[in-house]
Design a protein around this ligand. Structure first.
Ligand code: LAC
Ligand code: ZN
Length: 338
């Protein structure tokens, strides 16, 4: 990180400090979570300042700790509503030296989605397994002014590890799985530059899709064995409501980002039907054993949907936790709870 010039602050006396508060508050996920887990899986302890100024410490350089309630994990992902995290103890792991990135092209949404559980059950754990529907690829290709291989749906698959041979063997297994499930082709990024290009494309999708239209982004997540019915169900709901959706996401985690685009729908239709469409998508997600946000959080924009995910008793219990930390409601007021 230091080498790439991302180190902050530059003052050597403060070495060891960097911006990570947002990741902690949101329990950020991202593409590597499929193998490495999300932010919370690396947080061993915190120091935090409560709303009344009290400084609390919990956990530390401890790999085991069941003393009392887990205040550390209560704060991680709490969207800044409980306390301000001022110090964190992180578990670090070595960066694997070998990495291989592939782009598998599929003739349909369904065949690509079916390949997701198949790859995950093949005995190889990819370090990324990203789903991108063809429309998202086409939009991103135009947005970047770069040619990207097109198909109806694609999986960006990455493997990493300590031994090159093992990584290559894993890639063969994944390739065979993808081809046996109908992939038209699996393209291998065989240089660091080509790998970078694939990831640059992946990172640009959100911005590219959102530059097209007024939009609302949803962050659905289901057990990955239910990724197929999630993808197909979202498309069915969107078609029934006559809205455009462009989907992509962390398929290996069962985490699908659904961008609902207004395009040229009249304002009154958009305003009338949007919430109903979202509610149907979320109800589907929940019926598949999932929930309404995998990594983006609730904030203001999703709070009206919270009752779809929790019973009134569960919401009440969460509010009592909020009150215990922040009785005056001064930390990120108005977030999460409807
Ligand atoms: C992504 C952000 C939207 O996956 O979570 O690109
Ligand atoms: Zn994401």
């Amino acid at each position: 990180v230091e080498k790439e010039g991302l180190f902050y602050p530059p003052d050597p006396a403060s070495r060891g400090s960097c911006f990570i508060g947002g990741n902690l508050a949101e329990c950020s996920g991202g593409p590597r979570a499929v193998k490495y887990g999300v932010t919370k899986d690396y947080v061993l302890g915190v120091e935090a300042v409560c709303a009344d100024g009290t400084v609390i410490r919990h956990g530390g350089k401890l790999l085991k700790n069941v003393t009392g309630y887990n205040l550390t994990q209560t704060l991680i992902g709490s969207e800044g509503t409980l306390a301000v995290i001022t110090k964190v103890f992180l578990k670090l792991i070595p960066l694997p030296p070998y990495r291989l990135t592939m782009l598998a092209l599929f003739p349909s949404l369904e065949s690509s989605a079916r390949a997701v559980p198949a790859v995950m059950n093949s005995g190889v754990i990819p370090s990324a397994l990203e789903f991108i529907e063809g429309e998202a690829i086409a939009i991103t290709s135009r947005h970047l002014g770069r040619e990207i291989p097109q198909s109806e749906a694609e999986l960006l698959i990455e493997l990493d590890g300590d031994r090159e041979q093992r990584v290559n063997e894993g890639a063969e297994i994944v390739c065979e799985q993808a081809m046996s499930l109908g992939a038209e082709d699996v393209l291998l990024a065989d240089s660091a530059q080509k790998q970078q290009e694939l990831w640059d494309m992946r990172r640009a999708i959100g911005e590219a899709v959102k530059s097209l239209s007024i939009y609302k982004e949803e962050d659905t997540v289901v057990p990955r064995s239910n990724f197929v019915p999630l993808v197909l169900g979202v498309k069915e709901i969107a078609a029934r409501h006559g809205v455009t959706t462009v989907c992509y996401g962390h398929a290996g985690d069962g985490n699908l980002h659904v961008n609902i685009l207004k395009m040229d729908l009249p304002d009154e239709v958009w305003n009338r039907d949007l919430d109903k469409t979202i509610e149907e998508i979320f109800s589907l997600t929940i019926s598949l054993g999932g929930t309404i946000s995998g990594e983006h959080g609730i904030g203001y924009s999703q709070k009206k949907f919270l009752p779809l995910a929790f019973s009134p008793e569960e919401i009440e219990l969460m509010k009592r936790i909020k009150d215990a930390f922040d009785p005056k409601g001064i930390l990120n007021p108005g977030k999460i709870f409807p």
